[in-house]
Design a binder for this molecule. Sequence first.
Ligand SMILES: NC(=O)c1ccc[n+]([C@@H]2O[C@H](COP(=O)([O-])OP(=O)(O)OC[C@H]3O[C@@H](n4cnc5c(N)ncnc54)[C@H](O)[C@@H]3O)[C@@H](O)[C@H]2O)c1
Length: 354
Amino acid sequence: MKKIKVAVIGCGAIANSAHIPAYLESAKAEIKYFCDIIPERADKAVDRYDCGKAVYDYREILDDKELDAVSVCTPNDMHGVISIDFMRHGKDVLCEKPAARILKEALEMQKVSKETGRILSIGVCNRYSNAVNHIKRLIEDGVLGEVHHVHASFRAHRSIPGIGGDFTKKSTAGGGALIDWGVHYLDLIIYCCNEPTPLTASGNAFCKLGKNIKEYAYKSMWSENTADFDGVYDVDDSVTGIVRTKGPVISFIGAWAQNIGVDETYIDFMGDKGGIRLEYGGSFKLYSFSDGMLLETQPDFKSNPIHKDEVIDFVNSVIKGERNRNDIDNAIITSKIMQAIYDSSDANREVEIV
Ligand SMILES: NC(=O)c1ccc[n+]([C@@H]2O[C@H](COP(=O)([O-])OP(=O)(O)OC[C@H]3O[C@@H](n4cnc5c(N)ncnc54)[C@H](O)[C@@H]3O)[C@@H](O)[C@H]2O)c1
């Protein structure tokens, strides 16, 4: 069988932990290029995985007729630029989440995907989780009745990544806790609730604990290797909001850092016949009632490698020429909600989502 040829753009954490291993395991794909603006990272990938060619500027490979698709694994500010360039050169794209820093960029990506007919999948990987898909089916089967409210908590005591680096600058990341973590929670909710149209949003995004970088107290930091204590910190380290949709109301509280010593990462789906608490990244409990009894069910099922399954599905989509569940048309809903939360926070009032 002929394998599709792919390039991985950005050879950092998510590329090495998710995209590259999945392509290497796939019998249907072959990595032709590893690209990073830090040459050692591209070179190291070629050595480590013993395949492909290192390139340091993605524009060098745009015209390669053999190249079918790319994974965009760069910081958020380059998602739009790189994805659009590859789509305009006839390649399908799997772009990491969030789609872009701001809604305007995400809408441009969606427009180019339509104009060129190229697949644009966004890395909202929870859509591939077995737990999430069981919840989606339980909701579709009416087990929860009408799901009127979904509440998410994505809070940690101290978990600002790479403070002062790419993650904590509006210019590169677009936002903080909401755009980095909230995107996964909101997209998961939107997916389980059948992609409801969002109507209004009210929210507040707070830049409090990280802004005095040198005084930020913490035990450890993921992405610490990108930290720059002389750098910029101007994004939200905590956020809260309420979103009205044509389906359920969604409320959330999120924090990369808070002066409350708990880490809470769950989503509650509340219906009139039943409810579900999903422990994010893990399993869930189903609450219901029957014959005067309150029932609590702890389902048992196989968990799965969601990043790998996402990449494998992307490869199949490219081969079939069909869009998949992570298509920009679905992911754009979360981009709209996040933009509305930031706009509402700036304006200090509820805003409409159009
Ligand atoms: N789906 C998930 O669960 C998940 C998890 C982690 C990160 N991410 C997303 O993946 C993206 C990358 O995050 P990361 O943690 O891997 O960051 P990282 O800093 O570890 O890696 C990013 C890499 O991109 C390279 N790069 C920057 N600009 C480039 C350009 N113009 N061309 C080529 N390479 C370039 C950098 O040199 C770096 O090696 C972010 O958008 C992040 O939000 C998603």
